[in-house]
Design a protein around this ligand. Sequence first.
Ligand code: GLN
Length: 382
Amino acid sequence: MSSMRSKLPHVGTTIFTVMTNRARELGAINLAQGFPDFDAPGKLKDLVAYHVAAGHNQYAPMIGVAKLREQIAAKLGASYGRAPDAEKEITITLGATEAIFSTVLALVHPGDEVILFDPSYDSYEPAVILAGGTPIRIPLMPPSFTIDWQRVKDALSTKTRLVMINTPHNPVATIFRTQDLEILADLLRPTAALVLSDEVYEHMVFDGATHAGILTHAELASRGVAIFSFGKTMHATGWRVGYAVARADITREIRRVHQFNTFSIATPLQHAIADFLEAAPGHNASLAELYQRKRDLFLECLRGSRFSWKPAAGSYFQLLDFSAIAETSDVEFAERVLLEARVASIPISPFYANPPPIRALRFCFAKNDATLEEAAERLCSL
Ligand code: GLN
């Protein structure tokens, strides 16, 4: 028994790392951890090489390279009709994970309550705990995983500091509609609560839907922090470049934490992304089509299987319901899929404080077509 007094005693290795390691050990196809098995755009890689050679190798400004913040402001203006102030309202972070962590540490005081929706992404709750806050976890129930707004209303109190939302949702691939934003804004109006909105899959929204992020809603935009990721949009999860967008006084607090957390983000990567955004303005808009096609290919190849599904509304994850195959828990079934079909996936119940019975697994379809076809063929054998 160790005498170490842990600040996060209930936290183990994340399910993403566990499943990725298991996939490696077994030589399985890894549809578990969310990352593409195809590369970032060639032009973007060339730009990184260019900026390294050009000597952009010392500390970047703490808040981020100016041109990148300006490109982001223009992009957000074009996408959501609200261009933030590049100087005062945008901060470049070490991936969305740092943006989430720095935001929570900056805004949540000991004793504050933070509303999370389960299944909640695994980094949310530890950030709240480290800030001394109390997570209030509201479950989304399968199979629809929709928000029960009455429960949110009941959970809100004078102690509520933050409500953390995620659209498109990881792991269950649902999306907010404009109406959800309106309900949330109505509920928050009489409170002092702020919103953290994790929108890293903003451009992966399918079947003609549009992304209903908080920047599309004046009131939520002004009481919120919207968090985005170039790892997702540039197919470069290993670069760890993301950003947080919030009104100036909130941003000032986030930067107070950010400057001592990661300080500043890789300089040549920021220059390269800035140039790429300028040179390839159509890139983001092409992502919905790319990923919708991959989702549809994967599902088409699964037609002969015993899984059932509702096509993902957003993100690059597809839930597959296995209730016609087994009555085991999702954790056990993920292990069976790994051993029998040699395909790694992610169970959903680890993202709940108190998981309801769930008969579905999450599969990442940000993969080459050949990978998806091979994985689906194996899944058909179950
Ligand atoms: N965001 C990735 C996913 O959902 C996981 C990243 C990680 O391993 N922390 O699969």
